[in-house]
Ligand binder design. Structure first.
Ligand SMILES: Cc1cc2nc3c(=O)[nH]c(=O)nc-3n(C[C@H](O)[C@H](O)[C@H](O)COP(=O)(O)O)c2cc1C
Length: 203
């Protein structure tokens, strides 16, 4: 029986699957060296993997056009789309660079990276320039573990105190097949133990 009562803690057991959500939906840009043209692929299986050295991972299926590009060039950029780029983000995830010039046809603009040959996406407020360090062939996805060599952020989002106000652009999230615009801020890191906040999770 369905219940909207949050104290009803009965569970249903499902087989193991990729239910973790929300996750980012990022635009991975690749190409620009070894004879490869620039391409974009939308990736939801992406995340930070290490703080020092700064590393991230992206999981890409070998049948993707971008897979061979990244495997051969060993570099890519991770570009975080703002919520208003949701249509372009979805489109880059349903057509292939084999048949489309995704930069030209989506209207997204390529800009040069500082440290690698793959481009960044000008319209994205945050771009991470990455160099592949390891590839783990896990199953249908291969996990590219890469060092973040440089980060490009939109100057217009840096306030007078030097704080990067990424949230001003409207953050995009992906959960169970749907895109979301992240809502209100609920607190900051460690707020639950700050004396003055008075808002501990458990009293
Ligand atoms: C929201 C979204 C998330 C996606 N996440 C991944 C992913 O994590 N890994 C992957 O291999 N493909 C993912 N895809 C599918 C690829 O983006 C899609 O197959 C794309 O057309 C591949 O482009 P390419 O052939 O030019 O490389 C995702 C697609 C969408 C729309």
């Amino acid at each position: 029986m369905k219940s909207s009562d949050k104290t009803d803690h009965r569970k249903v057991l499902w087989p193991g699957s990729t239910q973790l959500a929300p996750v980012p939906a990022v635009l991975v840009a690749c190409g620009g060296s070894k004879g490869w043209k620039n391409n974009l692929i939308t990736v939801a299986w992406a995340g930070i993997a290490c703080s020092h050295p700064p590393m991230l991972s992206v999981a890409i299926r070998p049948e993707r056009y971008s897979y061979r590009i990244i495997r051969e060039t060993e570099e890519f950029t991770v570009n975080l789309p703002s919520a208003d780029l949701v249509r372009q983000t979805d489109w880059c995830g349903v057509v292939s660079g084999r048949d489309h010039d995704k930069f030209a046809e989506s209207g997204l603009t390529s800009l040069p990276s500082e440290k690698i040959a793959s481009p960044i996406v000008a319209e994205c407020p945050l771009s991470l320039e990455c160099q592949v360090k390891q590839v783990l062939e896990l199953g249908v996805h291969h996990l590219f573990i890469a060092e973040i060599l440089a980060v490009q952020v939109s100057e217009r989002l840096i306030d007078a105190k030097g704080r990067f106000q990424l949230e001003k652009d409207g953050l995009l999230a992906f959960a169970h097949g749907h895109y979301y615009n992240l809502g209100e801020c609920l607190g900051h890191f460690g707020f639950s133990v700050r004396k003055k906040s008075g808002s501990h999770i458990r009293k």
